[in-house]
Write a protein that binds this ligand. Structure first.
Ligand code: ZN
Length: 426
């Protein structure tokens, strides 16, 4: 899939499916027949429908410059054919550096030894995987783009086996994809901070172009909660980074890790809104009153949860997190690798899964569920007032075959085009 730095102003559209790519590039163009949400329709108190209308949208220099009344007769405009424009999607937890995607099918193997067993497996297979990881990352980025994501937060292995090579390989892939895709990176000590001697590599990574210091089950892997969290927090503070740790531990050690991290963020307010716990399965194992209590503390401290929306034996208390204003993000995590093979690449599908799991079935609740796919950007606010897009917003959006956000979530509607920083990706 080629990334174009602009699109043709004369080309119009292909037969109904997405915007047409062309070598005739321009930096400024107008889309006509773009469907935008304009408000809610009520029956009494209930939202029964989402109102939309067609507009012309002028794009320039990577931004939405103007939103104008529709002008279907404008032959210089590109015809969006009534497709719905939504904010581009964001995959907020994935491992772009470490994937089998783009290679042959490989189901996960029976595991022994828990996460430590997986670390031993990685020490074996990573040297071979690193040989092709730039190429694999590019393929994975293309999959995400095809599902409407133009942004990802990628964890990237930092450990004594890969050293900084996984990060360097991924940075090459991201540089080559930069016109259609952006990422923020988490320096991820997949083999523990102290369990393997990862400290020097994390310190080196912290001086590179990364955004977050990562972590992994401090108690299970390193055998200490406070020592590992203290190191992580200090490294983030010293280098002005955020924190995003993997926490799978679902017992007391998981809870202790959450409360200790909240305490450290409260002591260091600069980390508010910059601290994330990925998975945080322990929340799903707590009694409801305890869930409420911890959710309230997370919300007050500005600590967010990144969940892949698990289902089956573990259901996360996402509605309780929302109730206490905890920021909730999602991602595919694995697409196909030695951890699992379930990722579709679509975060819209995650929003659909959330809506199904928690019974968000009404027009209003379905429309709100879209925020899981967009990292909390919605066309309409809760009162139905249009808040996106506005002139000056980044031109990062999808054109999707749906009438409104609620339908897009409920049907997992097909993404027909992705525009990233004004560039048509496909
Ligand atoms: Zn992960």
């Amino acid at each position: 899939m080629a990334i174009l730095p602009g699109l043709s102003k004369s080309a119009g559209l292909l037969g109904g499916q997405g915007l047409k790519k062309s070598d005739d590039m321009v930096r400024t163009y107008t889309l006509k027949n773009v469907r935008l949400e304009t408000g809610f329709e009520y029956e009494g108190e209930e939202v029964v429908h989402t109102k939309t209308d067609l507009f012309s949208v002028n794009i320039g220099d990577g931004k939405i410059r103007e939103i104008l009344p529709n002008n279907p007769g404008n032959n210089n405009a590109i015809d969006a054919k009534g497709l719905l424009m939504l904010p581009a999607f964001k995959d907020m937890h994935i491992h772009l550096d470490k994937t089998f995607y783009g290679g042959s099918w490989q189901a996960t193997r029976r595991r022994t030894g828990g996460v430590k067993g997986m670390i031993a497996l990685e020490q074996e297979i990573l040297p071979e995987m690193l040989k092709d990881s730039t190429n694999r990352a590019k393929k994975l980025i293309e999959l995400l783009q095809s599902k409407g994501s133009s942004f990802a937060r990628s964890h990237v292995n930092i450990e004594p086996t890969s050293k900084l090579q996984s990060l360097k390989n991924l940075e090459i892939a991201l540089a080559q994809k930069k016109d259609g895709f952006k990422a923020e990176l988490v320096a991820f000590p997949q083999h523990g901070v102290f369990y393997t001697d990862t400290v020097p590599y994390l310190k080196d990574a912290a001086q590179m172009d990364i955004d977050f210091i990562g972590g992994l089950d401090p108690y299970t892997i390193d055998g200490a909660i406070e020592k590992t969290i203290d190191f992580t927090v200090q490294l983030a503070l010293d280098h002005n980074k955020g924190i995003d740790i993997h926490l799978h531990e679902s017992g007391q050690s998981g809870l202790d890790t959450v409360t200790y991290l909240i305490k450290k963020v409260n002591e260091n307010p600069v980390l508010r809104k910059k601290t994330f716990i990925s998975h945080c399965f322990v929340l799903g194992k707590l009694e409801k009153t305890k869930q409420e209590e911890i959710a309230e503390q997370l919300g007050a401290a500005g600590v967010a949860i990144v969940s892949t929306i698990p289902f089956g034996s573990l259901i996360m208390p996402i509605p309780i997190l929302y109730k206490h204003n905890v920021t909730v993000l999602t991602g595919n995590d694995s697409i196909i690798d030695h951890w699992n093979t379930w990722g579709s690449g679509s975060v819209l599908q995650k929003a659909n899964l959330m809506a199904q799991l928690y019974g968000y079935a009404t027009e209003f609740l379905l429309s709100r569920s879209l925020k899981l796919a967009t990292a909390n950007l919605l066309p309409l606010d809760d009162k139905g007032v249009q808040q996106w897009p506005k002139a000056g917003d980044a031109a990062d959006f999808v054109l999707i075959d749906a009438n409104c956000s609620a339908e897009a979530v409920s049907r997992v509607s097909p993404v027909q085009s992705l525009i990233s920083q004004g560039n048509i990706v496909y």
